[in-house]
Design a protein around this ligand. Structure first.
Ligand SMILES: C[S@@+](CC[C@H](N)C(=O)[O-])C[C@H]1O[C@@H](n2cnc3c(N)ncnc32)[C@H](O)[C@@H]1O
Length: 266
């Protein structure tokens, strides 16, 4: 697939660590909340897996999961390291392409993506680089596009991501394998770059994680019914004081989404 390639992609090559199925929780959430926008797209929707890493697994899986929602979806894996693009090329197929690029997000025909997903990419940049990168990526989006930027552990049991629209940040989602959770604040080590250095007293994200732990402790009696029941109880309790979104269908998956304004750094 031909693409608009600037002389120098914007950004820096970083560690390429990835794993099969690592981003399944993020993929499932994107498919659930963004499926309608994919289907509304007047052209076959283009989704970008930005910084897919040393192997193309996450892009291949994103294609499969988004095609479950919208059969015509196209996925373009964009990676700044040329040898990682060369390694991915043999996996190209109908609807899946790999191109070299950076935060400028070069796409064939200069198409605007309905989704840009950047997982475990910005954590390796400095905190003050995040706002301009977010802005640059948001400017590339289609009018009802989403930017999903976040972090997870090596095997995808714990995730935290920020979701942005063309206008700016909207929500923060915490997602976990419930059986693996001791305390919700275990997720703190997976906060995206914009929040991880703000998990200190006086900052909203710190207060939120404190309340999350308290609600989880108060819901301990529900543990006998299973971690899912305890989580549901915890999320309902947190909703009294924090602007929690989505709803029980998503919460049951071990997710909690809260509006960005409530956690935004001071
Ligand atoms: C840790 S890997 C993440 C792989 C995959 N997204 C995952 O979560 O499993 C980060 C990748 O992002 C790439 N990367 C870093 N900055 C980038 C940029 N500006 N544009 C495109 N790729 C970038 C790095 O080269 C690296 O391969």
């Amino acid at each position: 697939m031909a693409s608009r390639s600037p002389a120098r992609p914007v950004g820096a090559v970083t560690r390429g660590t990835t794993n099969p199925n690592r981003l399944r929780r993020m993929d499932r959430w994107i498919a659930a909340v963004h499926g309608p926008a994919l289907r509304r797209s007047p052209h076959p929707p283009v989704a970008v897996d930005l910084g897919y890493g040393a192997a193309p697994w996450t892009a291949v899986e994103l294609l499969e999961r988004l095609r479950g929602e919208c059969a015509g979806t196209l996925v373009v894996g964009v990676e700044i390291a040329p040898e990682r693009v060369a390694a991915a090329k043999p996996y190209e197929r109908d609807g899946l392409a790999f191109v070299r690029g950076g935060f400028e997000v070069p796409l064939p025909g200069d198409r605007r993506p309905v989704l840009i997903r950047a997982a475990n990419v910005l954590r390796q940049y400095d905190e003050d680089e995040v706002p301009p990168v977010w802005e640059r990526l948001r400017e590339r989006l289609a009018p009802d596009g989403l930017l999903v930027e976040g972090t997870c552990d090596e095997i995808g049991r714990r995730h935290v991501w920020v979701t942005l629209g063309p206008e700016g940040p909207r929500t923060v989602t915490f997602a976990t394998r419930l059986g693996s959770l001791d305390m919700p604040s275990d997720l703190a080590e997976r906060l995206p770059k914009a929040l991880i250095h703000r998990n200190v007293p006086g900052e909203p994200v710190h207060a939120f994680l404190r309340d999350f732990d308290r609600a989880w402790s108060a819901a301990a009696p529900y543990a006998s019914l299973g971690a899912r029941q305890r989580w549901m109880r915890t999320v309902r309790a947190l909703s009294a004081d924090w602007p929690v979104t989505d709803g029980p269908r998503r919460w049951r998956q071990g997710e909690l989404t809260v509006r960005w304004e409530a956690l935004a750094p001071r």
